[in-house]
Design a protein around this ligand. Structure first.
Ligand SMILES: Cc1cc2nc3c(=O)[nH]c(=O)nc-3n(C[C@H](O)[C@H](O)[C@H](O)COP(=O)(O)OP(=O)(O)OC[C@H]3O[C@@H](n4cnc5c(N)ncnc54)[C@H](O)[C@@H]3O)c2cc1C
Length: 399
């Protein structure tokens, strides 16, 4: 029987090993940590948004490549597989799917149990630092141990959350075999803004609408929770925008985030409201409309003193205030780094891999799956779904 080695025991690696075993391969996992699936435990705020029932190839950066993989292992098939392993899905808004237990450990536990049940050997503390191919593959670990295999599946992850074990070393292993790595940068990550008001707004969370703007054109709009921080802005809405924002910043393009502080009422409703509150101070006129901690920074921004009565605010300034409530723009100057990112944008160039099999086009017997490849998706269960689907396909074809 041909021997397959999986480098990395994260989401895609565990799936690849199970798939290879189901397809009658002698497979082992080399994992640098002392346990499998470390990153999975941190996903979905500890609840693991393990798939999205609405996931299609259009939720990823390279739809055609993903489509070919999903044709063999769809989100629906993945859900069935997890149900067979004992995970009851809890489907929430926008198709986000969690284990009913709401514990990420459930996902790790059922996978590890299955790996044990199928007698798939796992070698821990096994950091692969060198890979060579002659007739077969020779893998050298950091401690000098050497493993040989007929096929290798690289499932070492990208660079997001390096403390979980995925620090980008997988790119170097693939480069040793002649593969190319695209430019990589953090995605699904908090953004840094330029504004004198951040300190005062730090920690304010509110539901609203955000837009990503480049060259006065809105490129993406998201609504939901927004969180100001001392360095910038965060929350699910921002994570969704962050990939496009960072891609533009990488090209030295200007990026703005437009925030609407008012959720629900329209501009004319707000104008009417000021008309009814003429004898209140500017400060009090905003109480009950927006988060209290945003009031002083906003009034400072539009140069209106907190104690000016609404009736005394010049018309043009009042119009500016109303405008800013719905359209407050901040310059994006960067993002948090890989320590804080949920996913890596970029990775092993997909030009080097066959999407039908995930085998290298140049090194036969070498496969890659999961985040190490230049595939990333939106926030909402899409990235783990890619890990499961690609792991399955790589494991199936690694013979
Ligand atoms: C905080 C956080 C929350 C997230 N939440 C979600 C979510 O809710 N839903 C979602 O879909 N996605 C989420 N993601 C993204 C998702 O977790 C990843 O896309 C997914 O885990 C990638 O799987 P992978 O197998 O490719 O890599 P990883 O899960 O990173 O696994 C790679 C494994 O390879 C091992 N390894 C690396 N190099 C070597 C080596 N040289 N030798 C041996 N072993 C090695 C690592 O130790 C690790 O165990 C989240 C990510 C983060 C950081």
């Amino acid at each position: 029987m041909k021997k397959v080695i999986v480098i990395g025991g994260g989401a895609s690696g565990m799936m690849a090993a199970l798939s290879a075993k189901q397809h009658q391969k002698d497979v082992i996992i080399l994992e640098r940590n002392q346990k499998l699936g470390k990153k999975i435990l941190a996903t979905g705020n500890g609840r693991c948004n393990f798939t999205n029932v609405d996931a299609t190839e259009l939720h990823y950066n390279h739809p055609y490549f993903v489509k070919t993989v999903f044709e063999q292992m769809s989100p629906k098939k993945t859900l069935t597989m997890f149900e067979q392993l004992g995970v009851i899905p809890k489907i929430e808004a926008e198709g986000k799917t969690y284990p009913l237990s709401e514990q990420a450990s459930s996902i790790v536990d059922v996978l590890v149990y299955e790996i044990d049940r199928l007698n798939i050997p796992v070698v821990y503390d096994a950091k692969v630092i060198d890979i060579q191919k002659q007739d077969d593959f020779q893998l050298t670990l950091e401690d000098g141990r050497v493993f040989r295999a007929d096929a290798v599946i690289l499932a070492s992850g990208g660079m997001a959350m390096p403390k979980s074990g995925s620090d980008g070393i997988g790119y170097h292993l693939a480069e040793q075999l002649g593969h190319k790595v695209t430019h990589v940068f953090p995605a699904l990550v908090k953004l840094e803004l330029e504004s004198p008001h951040l300190k005062a707004m730090d920690g304010v969370k509110f539901p609203g609408v955000v837009e990503l703007i480049h060259d006065h054109v809105t490129l993406q709009t998201e609504s939901g929770d927004i969180l100001f921080t001392k360095y910038g802005i965060s929350g699910p809405t921002i994570l969704q925008l962050s990939r496009k924002a960072n891609a533009l910043l990488q090209d030295n393009k200007d990026v703005m985030i437009k925030v609407s502080l008012v959720n629900g009422p329209e501009k004319r409703d707000v104008a009417k409201r000021f008309g009814m509150l003429l004898h209140k101070t500017a400060e009090m006129s905003l109480v009950g409309l927006i988060n209290k901690r945003l009031i002083h920074p906003l009034l400072k921004e539009v140069h209106i003193s907190n104690h000016t009565l609404v009736k005394d605010i010049p018309k043009d300034k009042l119009n500016t205030l109303i405008q800013r409530l719905f359209d407050w723009q901040f310059k994006v100057i960067g993002s948090k780094d890989f320590d804080d990112a949920q996913v890596t944008a970029g990775g092993l160039s997909i030009q080097g891999f066959n999407p039908q099999t995930l085998e290298s086009k140049t090194v036969s017997g070498f496969y890659a799956c999961g985040e190490v490849l230049d595939i990333d998706g939106l926030c909402g269960g899409y990235n783990l779904q890619w890990a499961w689907s690609s792991g399955y396909v790589a494991g199936k074809h690694a013979s």
